[in-house]
Design a protein around this ligand. Structure first.
Ligand SMILES: *Cc1c(COP(=O)(O)O)cnc(C)c1O
Length: 386
């Protein structure tokens, strides 16, 4: 089976992890800060906090922004459930903004329409999670302008987008957002096995997230309520979690990150080849927003079902049977049973549902050979014809 996504681990990655195993620190040593410095360099942000998953990063990002009971978090329905669940962890309620049918990202016009109504009804969101689906950046300038007008905070869920660029800045620079989150799950662009990070240019937000990552405990006297009792002293000044990344993970991250540009460039070569060789077939190829560079985590095609004799499911199943590990990103979050119980219904977000009805993620990973890619292409062509 050719998977839809896969990590690439080389000898340098293995050596980096083995070196940590032989060192004094398996956790809370020098590798995590080194990984964080490397992330700041890649993303051009002032602060980076490595954590044990992007889900944890989203959670502490929401907490740092003050999201709580009675507040609202808005996001896109076409994302992994974690982009919405983070709001629920904080006791907030969730709502969705339908997608732009060209980019598949949250649509700024739909957002504005929804904000106008919400303002009238006094139910504006506190936090918006903008997801760069497949690595394609959201229209961050438009979202940022609306955030200033309507007074909400913005988290970029850049789980798909490390190594990409928006206008003249790397994803993660947080020019148009408060916090950006990366994921280092093995299917993503850079991996630490499990892992994530939160980046920001705001020291107060960074300080809060440092606290939430580690039980709400501080050893910094500047933040303590009482005078120190001695060298052993620390204070818990808030309720936090154990969301720390290990040294093994961080060492792998440093090693992987040194090849980030290579990884993304390889993905772009594969995307170009797909676009050339799939042109003319009854499907829509990915669109790219002008002046942006995708991290290309995923390559999504949309079938023109009125031009082929098979259903969406039949094409998907035939590809899987032919050894092509296709997937579908994502089932709209509002259609998940857990969200349906909150009152979301079919037809709530028609563009997201239309996307779900004909999309397929075909294999895209930087280690894919042209031979493997040609197999994907020929199988897909045969299945669409048959
Ligand atoms: C993978 C992913 C997450 C969660 O990442 P983890 O590191 O697995 O917690 C969140 N949002 C999006 C869009 C993702 O693709």
């Amino acid at each position: 089976m050719i998977p839809y996504g896969k990590q690439e681990i080389n000898q340098a990655d293995i050596d980096a992890v083995v070196d940590v195993l032989k060192s004094d620190f398996l956790t809370q040593g020098p590798q995590v800060p080194a990984f964080e410095r490397a992330l700041m360099g890649v993303a051009d942000a002032s602060y980076a906090l490595a954590v044990n998953s992007a889900t944890s990063a989203l959670h502490i990002a929401c907490l740092a922004l003050g999201l709580g009971e009675g507040d609202r978090l808005w996001t896109t329905p076409i994302t992994f459930v974690a982009s919405a669940n983070c709001g629920l962890y904080c006791g907030a309620s969730i709502d969705f903004v339908d997608i732009d049918p060209a980019t598949y990202n949250l649509c700024p016009q739909a957002l504005e329409q929804k904000l106008i109504v919400a303002k009238r009804q006094k139910c504006l969101p506190k936090v918006l999670v903008a997801v760069h689906l497949c690595g394609q950046p959201c229209d961050m300038k438009a979202i940022h302008a609306l955030s200033l007008e309507y007074g909400f905070k913005v988290i970029e869920d850049a789980s798909h987008a490390i190594g990409g660029r928006y206008l003249d800045q790397p994803i993660g620079a947080c020019e148009y957002s408060d916090i950006t989150v990366f994921s280092f799950h093995p299917v993503k662009i850079v991996t630490t096995a499990e892992g994530g990070a939160a980046l920001t240019n705001n020291k107060k937000l960074a300080d809060k997230m440092v606290l939430y990552r580690n039980h709400g405990i501080t050893r910094d006297e500047a933040y303590m309520e009482n005078a120190s009792h001695g060298g052993w002293y620390y204070e818990q000044i808030d309720l936090g979690f154990n969301y720390r990344m290990t040294e093994l993970q961080a060492a792998l991250g440093v090693s992987q990150l040194s090849r980030l540009n290579e990884f993304v460039a390889a993905r772009h070569k594969l995307a170009e080849r797909y676009c050339k060789r799939l042109a003319g077939l009854p499907l829509t190829l990915p669109y790219q927003l002008p002046n942006t560079y995708s991290g290309l985590h995923l390559f999504v095609i949309r079938l023109h079902l009125d031009e082929i004799s098979k259903s969406h499911k039949e094409v998907f199943d035939a590809l899987r049977e032919a050894g092509i590990g296709v997937n579908l990103h994502y089932i709209p979050v509002h259609l998940q049973p857990y969200y349906q119980k909150m009152g979301f219904k079919l037809d709530d977000y028609p563009k997201a549902e239309a996307y779900y009805a004909n999309s397929i993620s075909i294999p895209m990973f930087h280690g894919m050979t042209y031979g493997q890619q040609d197999e994907v292409i020929s199988k897909l062509k045969a299945i669409l014809k048959g």
